[in-house]
Design a protein around this ligand. Structure first.
Ligand SMILES: [Zn+2]
Length: 92
């Protein structure tokens, strides 16, 4: 996972740009198996308003078509599908 995708994903979460529209967890599951989310763009106009991310049948899809993008990772982080990074605070 490239660091820039990770930092993009974290920035999207920090800036409240990740909106989870649907998250369905099967009984006994610890994380949703069906997810639908919208990740707003950091720069309006650069690539439209944002992108839709879906998880269905174990397959992740993002409307940007890039695959392995920051939109996907941001959604995976907020739905417990990716390990939350330990934030290094105060390192100068
Ligand atoms: Zn994407």
């Amino acid at each position: 996972m490239p660091a820039d995708i990770r930092s993009k994903a974290l920035a999207a979460i920090r800036e409240y740009r990740v909106v989870v529209l649907t998250a369905m967890t099967t009984p006994g599951g610890d994380r949703p198996s069906v997810v639908e989310a919208f990740v707003a763009s950091s720069r309006l106009g650069a690539d439209g308003l944002g992108h839709r991310v879906r998880l269905d049948g174990g397959v992740w899809e993002c409307s940007c078509g890039a695959g392995g993008c920051g939109h996907l990772l941001a959604t995976q982080l907020v739905t417990k599908h990716a390990p939350t990074p330990t934030t290094a605070k105060g390192s100068s």
